[in-house]
Design a protein around this ligand. Sequence first.
Ligand code: ARG
Length: 492
Amino acid sequence: MQEDVVRRGRLSGERVPGIKQFLSSMDADRSIAEADLLVDIAHLLMLKRQGVIDHDNAVAIMRVLLGMHGTGVPEEAFSDHFEDIHAGIESVLIAAAGEGAGGRLHIGRSRNDEVAACIRLHLRDELLGQMGSLVKLREVLLGCAQQHRDSFMPGFTHFQHAQPTTLAHHLLAYEQAFSRDFDRLHEAYARVNQSPLGAAAFASSGYRIDRDYTARLLGFDGIIMNTMDAVATRDFALEVLSDLSIMMATVSRLCEELVLWSSSFTGFVSLDDQFCSTSSIMPQKKNPDTAEIMRAKAGSVAGAYTAALVITKGLPMSYNRDLQELTPHLWRGARDAATSLHLLPGMISGARFDIARMKTEAGRGMSTATDVADLLVREYNIPFRTAHSIVGRAVRNGTLEIKTLDVAAVEITGKTLSERGLTEKQVISALSVEDSVAMRDHPGGPAPSATAEAIALAREKLNRDQKITDSKIKGVRHTIETMLTDAGRLIQ
Ligand code: ARG
């Protein structure tokens, strides 16, 4: 077993396993091991370019680093003998290249700027993955909305039948929310993709390092200017977790609706079997377990955010080991959000909606009462509040037939509506679900013509977002490949 090169000078004695494990970040460090090699390679190229390290030592170190990059970080680097992956990789490097060369890689840096850089690099990839998944999810929602522009359904407020709408309108509401989630993650990306390297412990370094160069090599968009801030802050991680919590709250609302809609009370939807489970005792059961677990994951992601936020609160400048405890919450939150986003499009595209059943419900609960009140306002110049009272009273009396409306009108105004000229035909037309929806053709409204426009607009933005994501993924990949090519050239 390699010795822990970080501890050996200052500290003595073997630690009991309990303490080692308590202090170790090794489990979570699996997520950043590859990023750590990239950070090492960039740092080494910079030291070499600045003349801080000579050619032969640089070559010796680079051979080992590229070897590890090719084969994957060796298992021995993850031994719980080391405090973290940074100590693990450095120890493996020194064992392989000798201390004369390998012992020079940590010139002008600290694990504090190193770990912050690794977290940012890995988080950048996570963000791009989630942005890509959001694009796919929105694509499915738009496709489904397109198919259901004429599928009527009840709209709810307070989960009471409110006014008729269309399934397209309902799905587009979610698409818009996920589009904003994309924007939030995209904005967070700009703050995540900044390099803390060169901050070292917090005060930067006495060597002639080049912060901009390592930032460029790794595809960061810039550097975190203040070196104390660079190692101390995890606000970028909090921002992402907060954005993911908001996104998962929407995922959870959608799942809640799928759970409600698939109940036989509602009967609006039947989910594909692969997203469902059955009961060990009740053979008839088909339970929407995937939607339920996703609903719960929203709680887990919010929990990760809360834990991370509270860990940073009250920490003095600059690096404190407490920050290590934040990182696993970040990866757990990101993973829970990512696995949900990955499954959700299939759950939606595989769902079978019972259009007839939804249409029946669209007109229930006197859901077009507003349209009757509007008719009285429009055609008979009755103030809206008076019309609202007349229709409300008719509803209380049990129906929206013209007879009941007349009785109600006498109670409220002393005069029937028939006297004013109201006809049964007008009332029947006002009660029609189709007419109610068709009239609501304003931008963003439920009318099929309005949803057609909304889908077209949403598609334009979706295409832009897809391009943003693809070009960032390509850009990052190209930059890293270029750096690895430079590194390869060094050892030829
Ligand atoms: N494992 C540590 C973390 O995740 C790396 C930085 C350690 N720095 C230190 N001064 N002990 O934060």
